[in-house]
Design a protein around this ligand. Structure first.
Ligand code: SF4
Length: 231
């Protein structure tokens, strides 16, 4: 339990807030091809393509790419120029070289199987801490929250806190984010956070009135009070 959070969120515990987000998601979830994948290689390709790119734009490129290179061994044998053509469609041509290095490294060092340990994943070219976390959660089902700017924003609003510097590296934010996690449901819960941040707790214009957490959310309660006072 993170100290002080129960008070800030009214009568609900962080876990209960997490359960509400998950319940919302079971009704409103978006469907993408990589969400049906459990192969760590497919998860990795999706995460690389999704960096700084809209999911809708990634769908056709991802689908074509994993059909052309269904395994990391197939990718390791590919020509750089051909990989570049796929990544150029997403404005990520510069990532192609690292992607090819990644495939060769995984084949040579890990016999073509992405490891399930963070330390070993981080040795691999093109894999940073965010992608390592995503592989551990979406491929291996590890219980953790993949913290990005989306998650930081949700946590900051729920508990009226401000992180300094890069929020996703802030230990308090990471601890609180992980306290929301519904154990045993890490895949669903992390997708739920992505969709909740994109559809409800949006960056510029959160939809607090339609949010299942408004009664418990610190920011949402402030919005509700202001609109009552403005009547
Ligand atoms: S009430 Fe508003 S700020 Fe709070 S979680 Fe919901 S959408 Fe985000």
């Amino acid at each position: 339990m993170v100290k002080g959070l129960k008070t800030l969120s009214g009568s609900a515990s962080p876990r209960e807030l997490g359960e509400k987000i998950l319940q919302w998601w079971y009704e409103k979830k978006r469907d993408y091809p990589w969400r049906h994948a459990t192969d760590p290689y497919m998860i990795l390709i999706a995460e690389i393509m999704l960096q700084r790119t809209r999911a809708e734009q990634v769908v056709p490129v991802y689908t074509e790419f994993v059909s052309r290179y269904p395994t990391v061994r197939d990718l390791a044998k590919a020509d750089l120029e051909e990989i570049e053509k796929y990544f150029a469609k997403l404005g990520l041509r510069w990532r192609a070289k690292k992607v090819l290095e990644m495939a060769k490294y995984v084949v040579e060092k890990f016999c073509g199987k992405l490891p399930d340990e963070e330390e070993r994943l981080l040795e691999i070219p093109a894999i940073g801490d965010y992608i390592a976390d995503a592989i551990l959660v979406f491929a291996y089902g590890k219980d953790r929250v993949v913290v990005d700017s989306n998650v930081v924003r949700i946590v900051e609003r729920l508990f009226c806190i401000r992180s300094r510097g890069e929020g996703r590296r802030n230990s308090k934010i990471r601890q609180i984010a992980n306290s929301l996690l519904v154990p045993g449901k890490a895949r669903d819960f992390n997708w739920a956070l992505i969709d909740f941040g994109a559809l409800v707790c949006r960056p510029g214009n959160p939809s607090c009135r339609n949010c299942p957490l408004q009664a418990q959310c610190c920011y949402g309660k402030q919005i509700a009070t202001r609109s009552l006072e403005g009547r």
